[in-house]
Write a protein that binds this ligand. Structure first.
Ligand SMILES: Cc1cc2nc3c(=O)[nH]c(=O)nc-3n(C[C@H](O)[C@H](O)[C@H](O)COP(=O)(O)OP(=O)(O)OC[C@H]3O[C@@H](n4cnc5c(N)ncnc54)[C@H](O)[C@@H]3O)c2cc1C
Length: 418
């Protein structure tokens, strides 16, 4: 589409979404159903694999059902029976079962690897949504009627709305709202995930060893492919300062900081160089006063990361995608009105999850001499907070809003850019 053609009158709203992980494809699903024409641009050359299991609880599970993806998601689930914590010699200390708390407990009953969930969402939307891999937004300029976007690969196109679903380190956020330091809250911990051969005899039980004294832990999780397992390392690191894209530096940091950790840690570290997937990042939240600016809106971790310590980043992304598309369509695609309704509906739900994330992170802090005592987690206040974090948003049914689950058109996936 040339620049001039793109300024012709059109009635179908054209939306560009940055990021094809969880929030992006979930939003594409709902935008398409509500009648928009959707393009998703993903920086990586292909869908990114990897990541630990992510959970879908409460309203997020309801959204998966409304997407018609319940069966597809359940088919890709990890089917974890529960978790054991173990000491440095592998002796079991505590046990949590998946069916505790009606399936909404520590191990949720819908638990799926992040990469598998991303694949389910992509497969569901790839026909009828334009996906561009290996490219990104290099610049944009908005006016009263639309947004002119320049892609790093050289294309120039005009959209009615641009949504940033490009994660914790969102470039779109930095471009439109301000520098990362203004919005990122580092919780003082680092997490790393990668897959390893299942030489640990794992069946359906997850095993975790925590060293309270040093604030470090190692975890092994069974996955659908029984020949492999997902490993996770966790460390307290208030001084963390490694580029989130410099994998070699991240692996070096992990080796150095995990030295001396007991149980299976040395065997897991031995696979650092032969793993096909590796992800390490700081445990951080994104806190913003507003998630929209004119015709640019943020969604998922880019807008409101609650950190992996909340166990709800995926849930927030799925629910946010449903609400954002619904409110935009209900507002007749007026970005100001739609985004305002999206923000006011989502904010209390987001804040409850961010509070859980901060509290969970504090339980992992290395206790120093001046450490504040932890709150009493057995109190009613905590159950109430957990309730708000799981179910604390009423999902409108958007009954008067267009909803076409009609068969999609042919695939329009573009070739990878430079
Ligand atoms: C590889 C990976 C592994 C993860 N592992 C875990 C995990 O184990 N546990 C956990 O709790 N959370 C994990 N997360 C985060 C989790 O996916 C999110 O908290 C949650 O699902 C919300 O997702 P999101 O789509 O908002 O953001 P993200 O999942 O972070 O996805 C952002 C997407 O945007 C892409 N992107 C980045 N910059 C640009 C750009 N400029 N232009 C276009 N695209 C861009 C990224 O490549 C990525 O695909 C992981 C994320 C990734 C990317």
């Amino acid at each position: 589409m040339s620049g001039d053609d793109s300024k012709q009158e059109h009635t179908v709203p054209r939306v560009l979404v940055a990021g094809a992980s969880v929030a992006g494809p979930a939003l594409a699903h709902w935008l398409r159903r509500r009648g928009a024409e959707v393009t998703v641009v993903e920086r990586a050359p292909e869908l990114r694999p990897g990541g630990q299991a992510v959970d879908a609880r409460g309203v997020a599970r309801e959204v998966i059902g409304r997407m018609g993806l319940d069966a597809a998601v359940r088919a890709a689930c990890t089917d974890t029976a529960g978790a054991h914590t173990v000491d440095a010699d592998g002796q079991v200390l505590e046990t949590f079962r998946a069916d505790d708390d009606g399936g909404d407990g520590f191990i949720a009953d819908i638990e799926i690897l992040r990469g598998d969930l991303s694949q389910v969402l992509y497969d569901d939307t790839r026909e009828g949504v334009e996906y561009i891999f290996g490219d990104r937004i290099a610049g944009l300029a908005q006016d009263a009627d639309g947004v002119d976007v320049v892609f790093a690969g050289g294309d120039r196109r005009r959209f009615d709305l641009v949504v940033g679903a490009d994660g914790l380190h969102s470039e779109l956020r930095a471009m439109v709202f301000g520098p990362h330091e203004r919005f990122l809250r580092h919780l003082g911990h680092v997490l790393a995930f990668y897959s390893v051969p299942n030489e640990f005899g794992l069946d359906r039980w997850l095993l975790e060893h925590q060293d309270q004294g040093s604030g470090r832990s190692v975890l092994l999780r069974p996955i659908q492919d029984a020949t492999r397992a997902m490993a996770m390392f966790y460390l307290a690191a208030a001084d963390f300062d490694v580029d989130h894209r410099d994998i070699a530096a991240q692996k070096a940091l992990l080796r150095e900081r995990m030295a001396g950790l007991g149980w299976s840690a040395p065997d897991v570290l031995a696979h650092l160089d032969d793993t096909p997937d590796f992800y390490l990042d700081q445990v951080a939240q994104v806190v913003m006063d507003r998630w929209s600016s004119g015709r640019v809106v943020l969604l998922g971790d880019a807008a409101f990361s609650s950190s992996p310590m909340s166990g709800q980043g995926t849930g927030l992304a799925l629910v946010g995608a449903y609400v954002l598309a619904g409110e935009l369509a209900a507002a007749g695609w007026d970005p100001g009105a739609g985004a305002a309704r999206y923000e006011s509906r989502m904010r209390p739900f987001v804040e409850a999850n961010q509070e859980i994330g901060r509290l969970n992170a504090r339980t992992r802090d290395v206790p120093g001499p001046d450490a504040e005592p932890l709150p009493d987690f057995t109190g009613e206040w905590f159950m109430e907070l957990v309730g708000r974090a799981i179910n604390g948003i009423e999902l409108p049914d958007y009954a008067g809003v267009p909803d076409s689950a009609a068969p999609a058109g042919p695939p329009v996936t573009s070739p990878a850019g430079p």
